[in-house]
Every structure is written in C-alpha cells, then in structure tokens.
Design a protein around this ligand. Structure first.
Ligand SMILES: [Zn+2]
Length: 443
C-alpha cells in the first residue's frame, strides 16, 4: 500500500521538476494547490502535503535550536552523537538543560530524558521539542504559570532533550515519502530494543514495524541506550503522534506493572489528562490501550532494564478521520489553530508532569538510582555506559569506540571467565589442605 503511494508521488515530482513539460508542470501545480485547500479535483493526489507555514524543515529546526542554545549558554548545551554500523550513519543531537551549567553532573538533581521524532512522519513531535526548549530558555512562557515559581522548580532538574531521534527517517519523509516511520534503512526504532524483541503479531507489517536484524542493530538505538545508561534518568518520555494517549509500561503485554509506584504513575497520568488535555487521552499500558501489542519498544526497555522509575510514551495528536494514505494529516495537525492548541496543551502537560514526577519519585527510587546498589546491568550495558562516559571526558569519537566494542566485550568476558576458574582452583586447593583443621574444630 505504501509502495503504491510513494511510486505515484515520485512520478508526480519528476514531472514537476522537468523543464521540458511546462504545461504539465503548471497543471500539476494547480492540482497540488487544490489539495492543500481541500477542494475536490479528479487529478488531485489523495494526500495532504507538509504545511511549510507551520512546520520547519529538519535543517531549519536544528538550526533554530542551535541558535537558541547559543543565546542561552548559561542554561543550555548541545552535543551531536554520531554512530555508524555497516556503512549506515546516524546523527543524534542532544540538548541539555541545567540552570547552572556547572551542576550538570550533580547526581542529586532530578534527571529527565525526552525523545521526539523517533518516527519520521510524526513532525509535530519535533515542533513540541522546540517549544519546550523555548520555554526552558525563557524566550516563551506558559500561560497561567508564574515564571519565578517555575524557575525555582526547574533549579533541581537536568533535562536532556532529543529533538529528532530519527533524522534519517525524517529526511525520507521530507523527500516525499510522507508515510515513512522507520529509520534511513527501513528499521522501526521503536521495535529495535531488547525487551521481547522480534516477536511478531498476526497483523505484522514490515513496512511499519521491521524490528531490525537484532536488538540494538541500529546506531540510533545504540546511541539512545548508551545515553539512558550514562544519564540514569528518573523520567523518560518517548513522544509520538497518531493518537492522543498517555501510555505507561508495558507495550509488549496488556498489563501495567504491579505495585504502588505503578499505581501512582497511572494516577499522575489521569491527573495530567484531566487538568491539561481535557480528558481526550487514553491512559494505561501501551499494550492494553492502543489496540495492538508492541514488542522491543524503548519505553519497555527503559522501565524493565534501565530501571527508569517513570517511563512513558505520550501520543500527542492524531486524526482518526484521515485516510490511511493521508499520513501527514493522520499524524500532524494541518491548521494553525490545532497546531497551536497541541503545542500549548502539551507544553503545559509536560511542565506539570516534571513537578508531579519529581514529587512522585520517592526516597526509595532516588536512593536506588543514586547508589546503584540493587541495579543489575548486563556486562554489555555496563561497558557501553562506561565507554560513553570516557568518550565525554576525553572527547574521543564514537566511531573509534564502536569499532572496538565487540573486541572489548569478548576480552572482558574471557577475563571474567579465567578469573572465576582461577578462584575455583585456588579455593578447591585451600579446602583440601584445610580439611583436617576444620574437622578438628568441629569436634
Ligand atoms: Zn510513532
């Protein structure tokens, strides 16, 4: 279905670009205008084009964010993480907010990790990232919120924002494939994580949900995993569009986790829905509410493996009446009133959630996270986090580390194995030589 749409459009654009067919160009132009205006026409394509009066291009959006960071270097910093795998390269920009930049590494601060644009076609999510950063830098303000009070609250936060996790996929969308959600080589970045990875439902569609060749096969997912391990967020939000929902774990089964923290998480979401989103949103587990189970998602990993106490997926907009071929309309507001309403409502919901979440992550969670004592991380995760921190300190490039990762993991495992064997041999010799003494004491 998607192939047919994109082939039709590509042919349309080649005519449009041809200098030899002026008349055809002109009639096509008229057809495109009539689509934007929503008028019926026999020749019109059956989809809405990106409204450039409302939406930035990916390049313009990132430039605007860079300029914003530059103007507020006391609070904001920016880094771009490049990662490569088999000739495919990803680039993820991370903006860090901390009111006193020197305190960025202060582990007593409350840490929030937000990702936008994980799916290429969900352009509205990256516009929300820009809006949140503008509010954090105090160039824009939340209605009905006292800025001084907000600043006092924000003093205790470090917030990392990924405005466009899937830049390569976004570029595919901007080139005309408006239904593309996967990354630049056709993998769904929200099916490439390790929790219940690769399981396929009956209605599995590779054009939508291709999980990749293995968990973390994609450079984008590898970068995000390393970030979650080194940053240890208290709150994670994966921001999507396609419907209006506030989802908590799990995505791969239709239940929510047991226990009081999970119940509190749901209550917080219900409160946000009521106070800021006019009760429009579905609230509950992703798997239980969305109508299908999703395997290998980021939020399930953040909750189950990275042990992020509040791990959420927000779906900020959807047009259920749009045709399934009309992806831009289905996933993004197309008029200015709805566009502004979505950004205003969700900005307010996010800032309310920061405060509510900070209150909710009680002593138990903070202690758990800070001491790391009962947080079991696999050797791979530990090494990834360790190397990530070294990279930050010495400024070495990610690619160099990526090349050596497999080897380092293998050596580390061999080292552990040989140490265990040596210890075993040593202990068995001691126990043999000391046996008479032990029996003497017993008697
Ligand atoms: Zn999505």
């Amino acid at each position: 279905m998607h192939l047919r749409i994109s082939m039709g459009r590509r042919r349309c654009f080649s005519f449009y670009n041809s200098p030899l067919f002026f008349i055809i160009q002109f009639s096509l132009f008229i057809a495109c205008i009539s689509v934007v205006d929503g008028e019926s026409n026999l020749n019109k394509p059956s989809f809405t084009l990106i409204n450039r009066d409302l939406y930035h291009t990916s390049g313009a959006l990132m430039e605007e964010i860079e300029a914003l960071v530059h103007r507020h270097s006391d609070k904001l910093s920016i880094e771009t993480i490049t990662s490569k795998n088999k000739g495919y390269q990803s680039e993820i920009t991370v903006v860090t907010y901390c009111r006193n930049r020197k305190e960025i590494d202060d582990r007593s601060k409350f840490r929030i990790l937000l990702s936008f644009g994980q799916h290429g076609r969900e352009l509205i999510t990256s516009e929300l990232a820009l809006r949140l950063l503008s509010i954090l830098s105090e160039e824009e303000f939340l209605p009905n919120v006292d800025p001084t009070r907000l600043n006092n609250t924000l003093d205790k936060f470090v917030i990392k924002v990924i405005p466009m996790e899937n830049l390569n996929g976004r570029k595919v969308v901007e080139a005309g494939d408006l239904c593309e959600r996967r990354n630049g080589r056709g993998v769904d970045l929200n099916r490439n994580w390790s929790v219940d990875w690769g399981k396929k439902e009956k209605d599995y569609d590779p054009y939508e949900e291709n999980p990749g060749t293995a968990p973390f096969s994609e450079p984008e997912t590898q970068t995000m995993r390393k970030l979650s391990i080194s940053f240890e967020p208290h709150i994670w939000v994966n921001v999507h569009s396609g419907m209006e929902a506030l989802f908590m774990p799990y995505d791969h089964k239709n239940t929510t986790p047991d226990g009081l923290p999970s119940q509190k998480m749901r209550l917080m979401l219900e409160k946000l829905n009521h106070l800021h989103l006019e009760d429009r949103c579905l609230v509950g587990s992703g798997g239980g509410s969305v109508g299908y189970l999703a395997h290998g998602t980021a939020t399930d990993y953040m909750y189950d493996i990275a042990r992020v106490p509040i791990a959420l997926t927000f779906e900020i907009y959807g047009d259920g009446t749009a045709s399934s071929k009309d992806c831009f309309k289905m996933f993004n507001p197309i008029d200015i009133t709805t566009f502004n309403r979505v950004l205003n409502d969700w900005s307010a919901a996010f800032f309310a959630m920061f405060s509510m979440g900070a209150n909710q992550v009680d002593e138990f969670h903070l202690k758990t996270s800070a001491s790391n004592s009962d947080k079991w991380v696999s050797i791979d995760d530990y090494l990834n986090g360790y190397l990530m921190e070294r990279r930050n300190r010495y400024g070495k490039k990610m690619e160099v580390l990526e090349l050596g990762m497999q080897e380092i993991r293998t050596y580390f495992r061999l080292f552990l194995l040989s140490s265990v064997l040596l210890m075993f041999m040593f202990c068995s010799r001691i126990s043999k030589s000391s046996r008479p003494i032990v029996s003497a004491i017993t008697l």
